[in-house]
Design a protein around this ligand. Structure first.
Ligand code: DC
Length: 213
């Protein structure tokens, strides 16, 4: 076994609805890497906190509810799923309006982050990864040599979210995600920034592939 600290992880960070999930999924397929959407882990935690009847705005209640949950991220067909207490959550559950509204509140709780970051780091034992989120290049795998930050204008991002059929206040989520104390959204040191406001999906994927060794 290799003892390199963070072997072979391509990190992709960026704000809500920047297109990073689509780019990350296609880059992972092209590189035969496992695709990991860490936003879905925070979403699953949020879904379960709400289901447990806890107030997402109450950090102590979130901490307690989260401590009771078993969260797993099995790899199925080259990508991670998320399950809570053995139940795999589907896209509709992960992207429901209540989850969209509450996820940034749950994601700011340090104990929630610690636990999910440990889970994310452990995935690197399974093979090469393309992992996307908010703090992957800055906190989860800061030693990665292949970091990207995918951005798009606020108008383009809001339009993309609407086109996906979601009522989602992306500007408010970004404000919370960028200003929280623990692991805020930043451009990680050494990251290549790609603004895809005016790129097609194929062009954005190619822009990442062109920069890989
Ligand atoms: O990628 P997404 O929009 O589905 O992420 C949902 C929320 O989860 C995002 O608004 C903040 C949180 N998140 C986080 O705090 N850290 C990550 N690495 C990924 C997501």
């Amino acid at each position: 076994m290799s003892h390199m600290p963070f072997p072979n992880v391509i990190t992709i960070d960026g704000p809500a609805a920047s297109g990073k999930s689509s780019v990350a999924r296609l880059v992972a397929a092209r590189r035969s890497a496992i695709y990991v959407n860490t936003g879905n882990m925070y979403r699953a935690m949020t879904w379960a906190v709400i289901a447990a009847g806890a107030d997402p705005a109450d950090a102590e209640a979130v901490r307690q509810a989260a401590a009771e949950l078993k969260l797993e991220s099995p790899v199925v067909e080259g990508r991670t799923q998320v399950s809570v207490n053995g139940r795999v959550l589907d896209d509709a559950e992960l992207n429901s309006d209540p989850v969209n509204r509450a996820v940034s509140l749950v994601a700011r709780v340090p104990e929630v982050r610690e636990r999910l970051v440990a889970e994310q780091r452990a995935l690197a034992d399974l093979g090469p990864l393309v992992m996307e989120g908010r703090d992957i290049g800055s906190v989860v795998f800061p030693d990665s040599a292949t970091k990207f930050y995918i951005d798009a204008s606020e108008e383009v991002r809001a339009a993309r979210r609407r086109a996906q059929g979601h009522q989602d206040q992306v500007a408010e989520r970004d404000r919370l995600d960028s200003t929280r104390k623990t692991s805020p959204l930043v451009v990680p040191e050494g990251a290549i920034v790609i603004d895809n406001s005016h790129l097609t999906l194929d062009q954005a994927v190619q822009a990442v592939l062109d920069r890989l060794p």
